[in-house]
Design a protein around this ligand. Structure first.
Ligand SMILES: Nc1nc2c(c(=O)[nH]1)N[C@H]1C(S)=C(S)[C@@H](COP(=O)(O)OP(=O)(O)OC[C@H]3O[C@@H](n4cnc5c(=O)[nH]c(N)nc54)[C@H](O)[C@@H]3O)O[C@H]1N2
Ligand SMILES: Nc1nc2c(c(=O)[nH]1)N[C@H]1C(S)=C(S)[C@@H](COP(=O)(O)OP(=O)(O)OC[C@H]3O[C@@H](n4cnc5c(=O)[nH]c(N)nc54)[C@H](O)[C@@H]3O)O[C@H]1N2
Ligand SMILES: [Mo]
Length: 763
């Protein structure tokens, strides 16, 4: 039905291209953000909502996971946070009438933008076998349908329970408890596609999969901040405020990126007079335009240079730290000495002088923070690359002291918290032991499926029930056509969602959409008004309290949906007090405080302004709970990516007008794109070499061992990206990413390095 149906987003006749901008935010940013909220939510409701965003007694921004400052500015939000709020507080509605009027086959031809723009889901709906419509269904009947399907399985591992990173701690804790009581660790989540590589590399080398810096390390202490593979101007705009603070006290910033992103160059703070009238604060002192996938070679070259410099002077490395806290230095140092200059040049595209300049910055700085995001995590060699960054930090003792450390900047607002709560297909046994003891059951021990393995299991016919707590599995995952086909073979798909999305229009034989409350909405249960908690990128846990009237009287909270389902599935004999959990979320937090270390006196501490910080042994006391009890230097063999002639290495990125698969609008202001998304950015020299003119329409074709994949109809845009590289937006490019093209160790889809050819469309 859908695969070959025409999609109305392939015709970008209104597309306009201008030169990219050289600074981020400022007044246009605020105006854009406010306009979106006021358009969708209405003036009074919009202003009321924004005033509570990221405030102590308000709700946590449903956008990114950047931390709030201790004393939030009265308007602690950014343009893109405002858009995320507008998306949720819209007055438009998708109810049973909408589904009666719109067959699924028609909805499948619509763009992601169109689907999201239809409004908030208002009532549970079901698609029966062979039907082309969703129809209303009562909550109890929906739970019974899921329970019957789950009970009919041959094994609990025929179910998979996906989570996106907006789910609260309370809901996440109950969701994993439910899955494990059912008997499976099949808990794939968006982390598998996001910072899994960071978690894997950090766990192995420093003994904890989370970043080691606080907000103050960046704003007040770091002398050098390195930003690698991250576009904060668009994806973490409030980070620019922190960087501006750092700059104003004299910190230096180096940006390493194939694209000269506006937010890395200068920032016009919309909350300060200088941002409104002036040119803003220049941010990056040094910009290194690296080739896609070149960071592994880059950090090896830097590490080699640091070791060599130390051999000359004896004071470049922190010998005391290396001796006391680390292992493996000699082997790692020996491996760097074998590094070949030509390989470094080929992989990075940078000159020896540029690398030296960076080394100079490093040696001059008494403390260094490295921040990174998807530009590092979504490659085949992501885990070795991040391990190499840990090597880099260890060499000068840049961990566990003020102004220094590793800062993987998380994506979804509670993606880190969901992991802490046990949303992890291979959670450690210690967690399962405590969970089992608290709830008196024997949790399953075999590791479950991550996201890619879930799709493989679907393709092999081994999944009977797929349930998603938020997110948009069909659009976020790689190999879209295969994944869509896989989803359609599943007996029952269940989506707990706030808005309509692609996953709903690619249903299983039977499919349920269960609409839930969003962050901004008041959550009243039998025990009164409830709040939930979240954990940000810097391990700070705090409360989030919705205040708006729910979009519909039929919405249930995620907690209520899980508790209702658990009772229907596990029956009244189950000893877990699901009804009490549903009535009063404090009772859930009490259990969390008993199962998860660091949450002692949870209820009391989360009531304090700003919440509380979870323990982080490397940061707090330079303690490293690794296999050998020390921070580990690692040897990571370099593999230079060789792109065949006539091909480019494609990375898939976010525009300024989207949150993952939610498309707010069709512009990418900082990169100069208006009214269209099917563009591919390539540098002029490469276009000349390929004999392609700016403005040509091309198909993007990726080649893989099992054949080709094609994403049709992209406009070529001459753009100052690194040589040999290309960039285009996700999720339009997801059909190009082969399911088996994943990062070593973490199994994260390598969606930032796909070899493609550009085939001009004739006729
Ligand atoms: N407004 C908004 N905010 C968001 C999101 C959103 O979609 N919209 N998404 C959220 C989520 S879930 C996440 S994970 C984060 C994502 O935040 P980012 O990681 O900033 O998002 P991307 O658009 O994927 O940008 C990747 C950046 O890495 C660069 N890059 C790509 N390949 C390489 C490489 O090989 N080396 C180096 N050095 N750089 C490279 C790209 O040029 C780009 O600047 O943002 C979160 N916040
Ligand atoms: N090619 C390519 N693919 C990628 C990436 C990439 O850079 N390139 N990035 C990857 C990354 S980093 C990530 S994190 C994933 C994102 O993958 P997901 O987290 O699965 O996707 P989102 O687009 O964030 O999910 C949006 C949907 O969440 C639902 N939603 C919103 N708020 C709530 C809520 O409060 N509760 C519930 N229950 N539902 C809600 C809405 O229905 C909305 O349609 O995509 C990954 N895929
Ligand atoms: Mo993410």
């Amino acid at each position: 039905m859908t695969k070959d149906a025409p999609r109305d987003d392939f015709d970008d006749t209104e597309l306009r291209v201008r030169p990219p901008q050289s600074s981020a935010a400022g007044v246009p940013g605020v105006v854009h953000g406010l306009r979106d909220v006021l358009d969708q939510a209405g003036v009074r409701r919009g202003v009321k909502t924004l005033r509570l965003l990221n405030q102590h007694r308000g709700f946590d921004c449903p956008g990114c996971a950047w931390p709030e400052p201790g004393k939030p500015h009265v308007a602690e939000f950014c343009e893109n946070g405002a858009k995320a709020v507008a998306e949720e507080t819209t007055v438009r509605r998708v109810g049973p009438d909408f589904f009666a009027a719109h067959p699924i086959s028609l909805l499948a031809t619509k763009t992601d933008h169109w689907l999201g723009q239809q409004g908030r889901l208002t009532a549970p709906v079901v698609r029966d076998i062979d039907s082309d419509h969703y129809r209303p269904i009562g909550w109890d009947d929906a739970f019974t349908m899921i329970a019957d399907e789950l009970r009919g399985m041959d094994s609990p591992d025929q179910a998979a329970f996906y989570t996106s990173g907006r789910t609260s701690n309370e809901a996440a804790f109950l969701y994993q408890l439910f899955a494990r009581k059912l008997g499976t660790n099949n808990l794939p989540d968006c982390s598998n596609m996001c910072h899994e590589s960071s978690g894997a590399a950090l766990n192995e080398t420093i003994g904890i999969g989370k970043g080691s810096v606080s907000l103050a390390d960046i704003t007040d202490h770091a002398e050098l901040i390195v930003i690698v593979g991250q576009n904060p101007g668009t994806n973490h705009p409030r980070m620019l405020t922190a960087l501006e603070q750092a700059k104003r006290r004299g910190a230096r910033i180096v940006a390493i990126n194939p694209l000269p992103e506006a937010g890395l160059r200068a920032f016009k703070n919309p909350q300060a007079v200088r941002g409104v009238v002036g040119k803003g604060t220049p941010l990056a002192d040094l910009f290194l335009q690296i080739k896609v996938g070149g960071d592994h070679a880059f950090f090896q070259a830097v590490n080699a240079a640091l070791v060599e410099a130390d051999r000359a002077t004896g004071d470049v490395l922190d010998h005391d730290f290396i001796d006391r806290y680390t292992s493996g230095f000699d082997d790692a140092a020996a491996s760097w000495m074998e590094l070949n200059d030509d390989d470094v040049r080929a992989a990075t595209g940078l000159t020896a002088r540029q690398i030296d300049e960076f080394v100079g910055e490093v040696v001059a700085a008494r403390s260094v923070v490295v921040c990174w995001a998807m530009g590092l995590t979504q490659h085949k060699k992501s885990v070795p690359t991040i391990r190499e960054i840990v090597n880099f930090l260890l060499l000068r003792g840049n961990i566990g002291r003020p102004g220094a450390g590793a800062c993987p900047v998380r994506g979804h607002s509670n993606v880190q918290g969901d992991r802490t709560m046990g949303i992890w297909e291979k959670v450690p046994d210690a967690f399962l032991d405590r969970l089992g003891a608290e709830f008196r059951f024997e949790p399953p021990r075999a590791h479950g499926h991550d996201t890619v393995d879930t799709i493989r299991a679907m393709l092999a016919g081994r999944i009977r029930v797929f349930m998603a707590m938020g997110g948009n599995f069909a659009a976020a995952t790689p190999d879209s056509d295969r994944t869509a086909a896989a989803l359609r073979t599943i007996p029952l798909t269940v989506h707990v969602s706030t808005k309509l999305n692609r996953s709903h229009v690619l249903p299983g034989h039977r499919s349920l959409i269960l609409p839930c409350l969003g962050r901004t909405e008041v959550d009243v249960q039998a025990g009164g008004e409830q709040f939930v908690t979240v954990e940000d990128s810097m391990s700070v846990v705090h409360a989030s309290r919705g205040t708006l009237r729910p979009a519909s009287g039929e919405l249930r909270s995620e907690v209520a949906i899980i508790c209702g389902l658990a009772r229907a599935v596990l029956g009244d004999d189950d000893a877990t007090p699901w009804e009490r959990f549903n009535a009063d979320y404090a009772t859930v937090r009490e259990r969390i405080s008993r199962v998860i270390p660091g949450f002692e006196r949870f209820e009391e501490r989360v009531g304090e302004p700003g919440g509380f910080v979870l323990p982080h042994p490397p940061r707090d006391e330079r303690r490293f709970a690794t296999a050998d009890g020390s921070a580990r230097f690692t040897v990571n063999d370099l593999e230079v990516i060789r792109v065949p002639a006539g091909r480019l290495l494609l990375q898939t990125i976010r525009s300024h007008d989207q949150f993952n698969t939610t498309i707010y609008g069709l512009d990418d202001r900082y990169r100069g794109i208006t009214n269209g998304r099917r563009v591919v950015f390539v540098c002029r020299e490469d276009l000349d070499a390929l004999g392609l003119a700016d403005g040509t329409t091309v198909d993007l074709v990726s080649e893989w061992t099992d054949g080709e994949r094609r994403a049709p109809s992209f406009r070529v845009v001459a753009y100052p990206t690194a040589r040999g590289c290309a960039a285009a937006y996700y999720p339009e490019t997801n059909p190009l990413v082969p399911l088996d093209h994943t990062a070593e160790v973490s199994n994260t889809p390598a969606s930032k390095s796909v070899v493609v050819r550009l085939e001009p469309v004739t006729g």
